[in-house]
Design a protein around this ligand. Structure first.
Ligand code: PEP
Ligand code: MG
Length: 324
């Protein structure tokens, strides 16, 4: 890191006109040492549980998972830690749970698998709830939600896990639950989803892939994968408007959140926080601290008039140069 970035350590992530934009960490590793970015982050905005499942040779049981989640929660407490339920399938296979499909990204993945296998979901949720006893910094995030039925089922299961554990004598509490907005259907129903949960978290990686019908891992079409495509911006606007109308917070946890070029746009949209890899925290904070929210809104207004991603990108590059 440059000395300029280093100088930002410990400073608040807020705009020149005093608007705070907390920056959270995306992680998924076993927290054995102090993870990178721990002092710089407001907590964990996305803990991907796929990795702890992928490194084993069978589904980890409730106690194994509980210990794992406890370590993550305790490392960051009292800061919030958002743990996402299992999002395997698509590009994230489990060696001991083979799924063969010709269109894995449109197939059995995320909530679709755990809805068909309630025992996997319940074990994981029970482990999370037990891990949070006495810390109370857990938030649960649901991936790949495409319909209200999927969400209602998941919310019922979480409630049931909580009730059962309390009956068993565990001092568990129902945590805030959020839904990933990463499928176009969820954008168009952001209002009805928002009504049911505490927060929305936009997964721009999948949302871009599904909006543009471009495989996020296919090199041949990589040039078409554009997170600044005007359609993506319009989708983001719809999500933040819906969340605002229902008094819910919105966070962005896809790669776009860690791209300093996009920071003015996300600020202009009025998202409440961003979650990103450790390597992006200082760069993004640098942009937040050098722009006002008024200016960010003005930039967003201009970006929304663009008809192509290249126009959005040019606008953002000019803005970044201007703020240094
Ligand atoms: C996303 O889709 O933007 C996201 C954050 O989830 P993942 O990258 O794990 O699919
Ligand atoms: Mg995703």
């Amino acid at each position: 890191f440059s000395a300029e970035l280093e100088a930002l350590r410990g400073l608040p992530s807020e705009t020149t006109d005093g608007f705070a934009l907390p920056l959270y960490l995306n992680t998924g590793l076993v927290v054995e040492q102090r993870p990178l970015g721990i002092d710089e982050s407001a907590g964990v905005g996305l803990y991907r549980t796929e990795l702890p499942f992928m490194v084993r040779d069978r589904f980890p049981g409730e106690e194994t998972q509980r210990r794992h989640y406890r370590q993550v929660l305790a490392t960051f407490a009292p800061r919030p830690v958002t743990i996402r339920t299992l999002d395997v399938g698509g590009d994230k296979p489990l060696p001991y749970f083979p799924v063969h499909e010709s269109n894995p990204f449109l197939g059995w993945r995320g909530i679709r698998i755990t809805r068909d296998h309630p025992e996997i979901f319940m074990t994981q949720v029970r482990a999370m709830l037990r891990a949070a006893v006495g810390l109370d910094n857990l938030q649960i995030l649901l991936p790949m939600i495409t319909s209200v039925d999927e969400l209602d089922d998941a919310l019922d299961s979480i409630q049931r896990a909580c009730d059962e554990l309390q009956e068993e004598g565990h001092a568990v509490r129902l945590p805030p639950v959020g839904v990933m907005i990463e499928v176009p259907a969820a954008v168009y129903q952001a209002d009805v989803l928002a009504r049911r949960v505490s927060f929305l978290s936009v997964g721009t990686n999948d949302l871009t892939q599904y909006l543009l019908a471009v495989d996020r891992n296919n090199a041949r079409v990589a040039a078409l994968y554009d997170e600044l495509h005007p359609a993506v911006l319009r989708a983001l606007t719809q999500v933040t408007d819906a969340a605002r109308a229902h008094g819910r917070e919105v966070t962005v946890c896809g790669e776009l959140a860690g791209d300093p070029r996009a920071t003015p746009l996300l600020l202009g949209l009025g998202v409440h926080s961003l979650s990103m890899g450790a390597g992006s925290l200082l760069r993004v904070k640098g942009v937040v601290r050098s722009i006002s929210r008024t200016r960010a809104r003005e930039l967003l207004g201009r970006a929304l008039l663009c008809e192509r991603g290249a126009c959005v990108r040019a606008l953002l590059m000019d803005a970044l140069e201007e703020i240094g």
